[in-house]
Design a protein around this ligand. Structure first.
Ligand SMILES: [Cu+2]
Length: 283
């Protein structure tokens, strides 16, 4: 009996995980990208708003023309109504009552930030952000072209995680290799001597204990300037690859996010089991 309840909850948690992950961590999506929001179990009583977890995830990002689907995985009826509690519904969309197990979808064509709430439980609030479809068009083309072959080698294209510029040639892509804790900056068409200016993302590459990094060009350590996490690296004409070595490199932020989420959900299950609070009704 108890076991059934917990395994059901675990199943629910896994489904939530699948639902949360792509939307919460996708910075950019393809045109018309769609996403799913679930109603947090137990959100019909106040409390979920303290962690901004009434709608999961409470903020989603889609591109213009994309669809948001609310799946009511809770045991109470909810609405997803655009507008704010203070100003009331603004009429962009209103799911009206979605029963337990039901769902509602809306397609949004105009970019903007849309707050919404549940008319039945006004502490339940969320946000839908609609981005312009072409905002990252160039990057996407680049990423798609290289995504597959680098993933196959365990190297992830991370160009969108860094602020980087070069004075000669163009940055072809930035990859991370966790095996030797190296960030690889691939250059294309560097016909003259130039300088790479790159600000490192600490979520991706961790410096050594003294805050420094190594830089290798053609497998030789070179001198460079460092200001905080910004590196100024001079390179010769014809350079194709600059390697930045740190103490730790995370190949794919998404993987880490998945692990954190999984750990969080397992903890919730563990806590729930201990305190004997059932978040779903007895069957
Ligand atoms: Cu509600």
């Amino acid at each position: 009996m108890q076991k059934t309840v917990y395994s059901l909850f675990a199943l629910l948690a896994i489904f939530s995980l699948i639902a949360i992950t792509p939307s919460a961590f996708a910075a950019h999506g393809e045109g018309g990208m769609s996403t799913t929001v679930t109603n947090s179990p137990g959100s019909s009583t106040p409390g979920c708003e303290e962690t901004d977890n009434c709608f999961i995830p409470s903020t989603v990002v889609i591109t213009a023309g994309g669809t948001v689907t609310w799946e009511n995985t809770d045991n109470a009826a909810h609405t997803a109504t655009s507008g704010t509690l203070t100003d009331g519904p603004d009429g962009v969309w209103d799911s009206s009552l979605v029963m337990a197990g039901g769902s509602y979808s809306v397609t949004l064509d105009d970019e903007g930030t849309y707050p919404y709430f549940c008319m039945v439980h006004p502490w339940m609030q969320g946000t839908v952000i609609v981005e312009a479809e072409a905002a990252h068009g160039d990057d996407d083309a680049e990423e798609m072209g290289h995504g597959d072959d680098h993933t196959a080698k365990g190297i992830e294209d991370l160009s969108d995680q860094f602020t980087a510029s070069v004075t000669s040639g163009v940055i072809h892509h930035i990859g991370a290799n966790s095996d030797d804790d190296t960030l690889l900056v691939h250059l294309f068409g560097a016909d003259d001597d130039g300088e790479l200016k790159i600000t490192l993302n600490k979520d991706i590459i961790t410096p050594f204990d003294d805050g420094s990094y190594f830089v290798l060009i053609n497998n030789e350590e070179i001198e460079f300037e460092q200001m905080g996490r910004t590196l100024h690296i001079e390179y010769d004409a014809g350079t194709e690859k600059i390697e930045i070595v740190g103490s730790h490199v995370v190949p794919e932020f998404g993987t880490i996010a998945m692990i954190i989420l999984a750990v969080a959900i397992v903890s919730i299950i563990a806590i729930t089991a201990k305190t004997k609070i059932s978040l779903i009704p007895r069957l």
